[in-house]
Design a protein around this ligand. Sequence first.
Ligand code: ZN
Length: 121
Amino acid sequence: MPDWKDKIRCSFCHKKSTDVEKIIAGPGVHICDQCVELCNAILEEERLASSTEPRLPMWESMTEEQILDHLPKIAAVQAQVDDNLRDWVGHLRGRDVSWERIGASLGMTRQSAWERFRSET
Ligand SMILES: [Zn+2]
């Protein structure tokens, strides 16, 4: 098995894809079956309570410690998305797609795309 299964983690709970039953991919992010179930439970609960209160932004109800605890989770998802973007760009490079086209797709110059995604090795 290729090692991508070890690399892919749920963007919500950060569990490895090998530690959950299913993982569903979005653009640069992933969600596991357990998080989907949790989302469904929250939706069902809100449906039953017929709550129309918006839940975001939630900072007002959080302590500074809770907000600080949340920062590394966001940073981990950011790292995961960066990694994923790099993989996708790598596949295009493997097909000899030019830096010009990759840059254009991302709204950046050929030079910026090359600087950001060229392989270090
Ligand atoms: Zn999850």
